[in-house]
Design a protein around this ligand. Structure first.
Ligand code: ATP
Length: 402
């Protein structure tokens, strides 16, 4: 799928002030970045802007400061780590107003090929409301805008959508292009067989994704907590497993839709069950495996069982394109992570194009050390899900057409 938007390859940034919206929303623990994938993923665009002699002004949000300065959510640690990754200084424009006197002075002083990072855009209350005042502030800092923040593309905020509408040129960066290429091609133009795997806690979170993917894929695999509402819809006892009773009819509709379209919909045939949910989540648990037809009423299914893991892995083996979103069980607990690991391993071992849709599944794949075995790991959980639903992402739509 090619994106019909102006990209960083189409613009001349020499001597120009370029505001580049990145997704530096990284997990922090005591001021230390615990997962820097999003920083690494942003480097190609930043390097290109530096090499072309732009005056590079980076911005991003981090966490949810709710419209006011929160020192623990400052982007200062990101500036430090980015300087190391780029091998050149990224000057941090500390400023409680984000675009206040300090930031303006830093932009005034910047030379071609230099880089500054603004403070967390969500320090400003207007940001998440796409308010005009902050969009204007951001636009006043630059000659050209580049949006490379795929992880925020499903939101219409000042720093992606508002500012795009106020500048002459709003281009997309390499990461944005790569995300749309991988996810777009997988859904709209997949090499078949195309297998989609969905897991995670709730059916309700992924209603439109299930429906849209059923139309596009050849096989839809459903595991994780969300599988139990489907099993209930098929008439099975699911004991104390996670269920959404308001969505049982929806699951029946999806089962009928799969049959009508001639698509395979694979559900668990066995479950790893427990009696008490672990607290803390990684506490030891006693697991008994039951076939889904034999599940006792006092048990809770917290992972797919070994037969299911094998069946899902077999489906992956015969695929040419695989998209995966959501863990197969309570993977935070080592005893209940087996199903998620088996699926991750199957993806790591196939030659098919493998795409991980961000969020928990991306974290699981990286933690298990399979990260470099996947064709693409999305940097945006929510954004990739909305894309898989077939929705237009406002952050992409706002960029200038070719
Ligand atoms: P994100 O929204 O970050 O992309 P995700 O889509 O990968 O996340 P979620 O829907 O947030 O996934 O669900 C992940 C959670 O689901 C995990 O915390 C996991 O423990 C839980 N989960 C998975 N299977 C079960 C189950 N059978 N019973 C209870 N909880 C489960």
């Amino acid at each position: 799928m090619s994106l019909n938007k102006i990209s960083v390859d189409d613009i001349d940034v020499k001597g120009k002030r370029v505001l580049c919206r990145c997704d530096f929303n990284v997990p922090l623990k005591e001021g230390k970045i615990t997962d820097e994938n999003r920083l690494v993923a942003a480097l190609p665009t930043i390097k290109k802007l530096i090499a072309d002699g732009g005056k590079v002004i980076l911005c991003s949000h981090l966490g949810k400061p709710k419209g006011e300065p929160k020192p623990e959510l400052s982007l200062a640690p990101v500036a430090k780590r980015l300087s190391e990754l780029l091998g050149q200084e990224v000057k941090f424009a500390a400023d409680p107003e984000v675009v206040g006197p300090n930031a303006k002075a830093a932009v005034e002083a910047i030379k071609d090929g230099e880089v500054i990072l603004l403070e967390n855009t969500r320090y400003r209350a207007e940001e998440t409301k796409n308010g005009e005042a902050f969009s204007k502030d951001l636009a006043s800092l630059c000659d050209i805008f580049v949006n490379d923040a795929f992880g925020t593309a499903h939101r219409a905020h000042c720093s992606n959508v508002g500012v795009s509408e106020l500048v002459d040129t709003a281009a997309v960066g390499y990461l944005m292009q790569k995300e749309i290429d991988f996810l777009g091609n997988a859904v709209e133009n997949p090499v078949r067989p195309f297998v989609a795997i969905l897991g995670g806690a709730k059916v309700a979170d992924k209603l439109n994704v299930i429906s849209n993917l059923l139309e596009k894929c050849d096989t839809l695999i459903i595991g994780g907590g969300m599988a139990y509402t489907f099993l209930k819809a098929q008439g099975y006892e699911i004991g104390k497993s996670l269920v959404d009773d308001t969505k049982v009819d929806y699951c029946k509709e999806m089962l009928a839709k799969a049959e009508k379209l001639g698509k395979k919909l694979l559900l668990p045939v066995d479950s790893a069950t427990i009696t008490e949910f672990p607290n803390p989540i990684d506490a030891p648990v006693d697991v008994v495996i039951y076939d889904v037809k034999d599940m006792p009423a006092d048990r809770e299914g917290c992972d797919i069982g070994p037969k299911t893991a094998e069946m899902f892995a077999d489906a992956v083996k015969s695929a040419k394109t695989v998209v995966w979103n959501g863990p197969m069980g309570v993977f935070e607990n080592p005893t209940l992570a087996k199903g998620t690991i088996a699926v991750a391993k199957a993806l790591a071992e196939t030659d098919a194009t493998t795409i991980i849709g961000g969020g928990d599944s991306a974290a699981a794949v990286n933690q298990l050390g399979f990260g470099d075995k996947m064709s693409h790991i999305s940097t945006g959980g929510g954004a990739s899900l909305e894309f898989l639903e077939g929705k237009e992402l406002p952050g992409v739509a706002a960029a200038t057409d070719k």
